[in-house]
Design a protein around this ligand. Structure first.
Ligand code: FAD
Length: 158
């Protein structure tokens, strides 16, 4: 006797979305991951870029981190997750029906402009947690620093 698989749509192929997709039993669920871009990022590695100048890649194709039986669609979700009729609408207007929907679109983004001047500082010196480009700017900033330390014996150049 064959059972009808439940359809699971996971919006977001980052850490949370990919882990869930790979763990759902394939004989019970037909899983589809949707992401607006093609890469799965290992965000903690930004620290190694910003503070160690690491050049190791921090991203992989989402398709490559998903089990072969998990479907992947690269598309943004145009703001429509219809809970009443249970469908997700893709950017191209196509509707994807589901039994269960999971929204795994990540955490907060920082609005630096809320603190006067902070957006300019971040633009100049980078930050270690947004993206690779910004983390590189932190590394370059740190490497370009010149300054003086002083103690009771005088001062010396760093
Ligand atoms: C510098 C740094 C260090 C960290 N260190 C640690 C650590 O040591 N330990 C730890 O546990 N965690 C750490 N974290 C946190 C960890 O990386 C996050 O908690 C984790 O990535 C969150 O996973 P997520 O799936 O919720 O979101 P994400 O991994 O951000 O994935 C969200 C996905 O949703 C997609 N998406 C967003 N909007 C849409 C949309 N409208 N339509 C389609 N797709 C969409 C995005 O493209 C993205 O692929 C660190 C984070 C940073 C930045």
């Amino acid at each position: 006797m064959s059972t009808v698989k439940k359809k699971v749509v996971i919006i977001g192929g980052g850490t949370g979305g990919a882990m869930l997709a790979n763990r759902l039993p394939r004989d019970e669920f037909e899983v589809t991951v949707i992401d607006k871009q093609p890469h799965n990022y290992f965000w903690p590695w930004l620290l190694y870029i910003a503070f160690r100048g690491s050049r190791r890649p921090i991203k992989r194709e989402i398709r490559s981190v998903l089990k072969p039986w998990v479907n992947f669609i690269q598309s943004g979700v145009g703001g429509v997750v219809n809970l009443q009729d249970r469908y997700v609408e893709l950017e191209n207007g196509k509707r994807l029906e589901y039994d269960y929907v999971v929204i795994a679109t990540g955490g907060a983004t920082v609005d630096y402009s809320r603190v006067p001047g902070l957006d300019k500082v971040t633009e100049m010196f980078g930050n270690y947690h947004s993206n690779e480009e910004s983390a590189w700017r932190v590394w370059q900033t740190l490497n370009g620093m010149r300054g003086h330390i002083s103690d009771h014996t005088g001062s010396r150049c760093l």
